[in-house]
Design a protein around this ligand. Structure first.
Ligand code: PGA
Length: 259
């Protein structure tokens, strides 16, 4: 059985002090609320990563960056390399988020380069893919998702499947309060797993965690996690409040305990 990953993407929210305060409470919470098959991850801004590392030093919480440079080092003002993230250390890194695709013109080729940098630095990438509303309405969802995933994984070798995480995030569901129905999400998740099986092997495909993202919250998490190919969530808005994030961790634990 695959683990459940409960991943908070904080985007451009929380100062270092706010991050610290949140993580101290979360660290305490996770000491008494844990399950060997439930992983918890937070992605604060670059500015807060170092303080966050200290705040969760004794806790079983994974630390993620929200982006990384596609370059190794040098004259790239404002950028942070995979090697620098690894030196902290950071465990994971989100790449290809639809906000980066939309506001920073990131292409699958750029994301592929970032992916290669992360893998070479030992950081686990969370690769985001997903269709816009126009693409869904034009019935292009499957084609878009296949193209994005093939582009992102171009020339990427996987040994076990444990090296990467994929997040299916329909753009029309991100930050809108509209969530994909479990059927809509499962349909795409199972397509992603079939594609991984074709690109690699069934064994590898069965190992890769595929998260759902897009207005996941305590009230819809349980039914989404009930789908066979949904292995957790990449959670924006609902991860910013400690109560709702802890609630979502509880829901994942209950799911694993079969409650
Ligand atoms: P949301 O964001 O949960 O606020 O919709 C998810 C994401 O963008 O990763």
């Amino acid at each position: 059985m695959r683990n459940i990953l409960v991943a908070g993407n904080w985007k451009m929210n929380k100062t270092p002090a706010e991050t610290n305060e949140f993580l101290q409470i979360l660290a305490e919470f996770t000491k008494s609320n844990q399950h060997p098959e439930v992983e918890v991850m937070v992605a604060p801004t670059y500015l807060s990563l170092s303080g966050a590392r200290d705040a969760i030093a004794d806790a079983n919480i994974l630390l993620s960056a929200q982006d990384v440079s596609k370059n190794i080092n040098g004259a790239f003002t404002g950028e942070v390399s995979a090697f620098m993230l690894a030196s902290l250390p950071v465990d994971m890194c989100i790449i290809g988020h639809s906000e980066r695709r939309a506001y920073h013109q990131e292409t699958d080729e750029t994301i592929n380069r970032k992916l290669q940098m992360l893998l070479a630095s030992g950081i686990k990438p969370i690769i985001c893919i997903g269709e816009t509303l126009e693409q869904r309405e034009a019935e292009e969802t499957m084609e878009v998702v296949i193209t994005q995933l093939e582009g992102c994984l171009n020339d990427v070798k996987l040994a076990t499947g444990d090296e990467i995480v994929i997040a299916y995030e329909p753009v029309w569901a991100i930050g809108t309060g509209i969530t994909a129905t479990p059927e809509q999400a499962q349909e795409v998740h199972s397509l992603i797993r079939r594609l991984l099986s074709k690109l690699y092997s069934n064994e590898i495909a069965q190992k890769v965690l595929i998260l759902y993202g897009g207005s996941m919250k305590p009230t819809n998490m349980d039914e989404l996690l009930s789908c066979g190919d949904i292995d957790g969530g990449l959670i924006g808005g609902a991860s910013l409040e400690i109560e709702s994030f802890c609630k979502m961790i509880e829901i994942a634990i209950e799911k694993k305990r079969g409650v």
